[in-house]
Ligand binder design. Structure first.
Ligand code: HEC
Length: 188
């Protein structure tokens, strides 16, 4: 036996005795069947009255837009330029198709026949507290579906802040512009 065939034979023997335990761990694929559990499901349902790690939502202002049952009228997060820009981007993606980019209610889907939403610039809606907008995005309103499954809580508030900015943009007067910035508007 030369050296080459000795090593070949030795490695074949070594590999053959190698156990596969670490390579094929016993596990279930998601939603697979199981004979171990009485209901035959490998994926276990959530246990009643428990909260998943990271899922505790005690802050009712942030998660419900309410305090003591009443809708709140201040945004429960710091409103920054970055947040407004995020809100504009999310609004343009999720809302403008129906509400229009200015919130007039003339989005493309409406032009194609979907029920027309009210303009955000109606007095009735301008007077609504921010909690109402959060609630409408979260739970839907009449013909409009809720967006809780697609838009996370922080993004919902960013959209609310941007809707407020849209409302101001359509109803602002020159007095709302800081004196130092008014000259920038001239000549436009
Ligand atoms: C598929 C079209 C559609 C989309 C997308 C949509 N809406 Fe609406 N929305 C409507 C319609 C239609 C109504 C009027 C519902 C009614 O009165 O039955 C409405 C109503 C509203 C109202 C007014 C509620 C009131 O008090 O009268 C607000 C505020 C609102 N939507 C915000 C949003 C925001 C914010 C988004 C994006 C996250 C959004 N909508 C996405 C169609 C849409």
């Amino acid at each position: 036996m030369n050296a080459r065939s000795f090593f070949l034979t030795a490695s074949v023997l070594l590999l053959a005795s190698c156990r596969q335990d670490m390579h094929d761990p016993p596990r279930y694929r998601p939603l697979a069947a199981s004979e171990f559990f009485g209901d035959g499901r490998a994926s276990r349902p959530r246990i009643a009255d428990t909260v998943a790690r990271g899922g505790l939502r005690l802050d009712k202002r942030l998660y419900k837009g309410r305090e003591g049952g009443a809708l709140i009228d201040t945004i429960p997060m710091p409103v920054t330029r970055k947040m407004l820009e995020r809100g504009r981007q999310r609004f343009d993606i999720y809302c403008s198709i129906c509400h229009g980019q200015l919130g007039d209610g003339d989005g493309m889907v409406v032009q194609r026949g979907f029920r027309q939403p009210p303009s955000y610039h109606l007095d009735r809606l301008r007077r609504q507290p921010v909690g109402h907008y959060f609630d409408v995005i979260t739970n839907g309103f009449g013909a409009m579906a809720g967006y809780a499954s697609r838009v996370p809580v922080e993004d919902r508030w960013a959209i609310v802040a941007y809707v407020r900015a849209l409302q101001l943009s359509q109803n602002a007067t020159i007095d709302d512009v800081p004196a130092g910035d008014r000259s920038k508007l001239e000549g436009r």
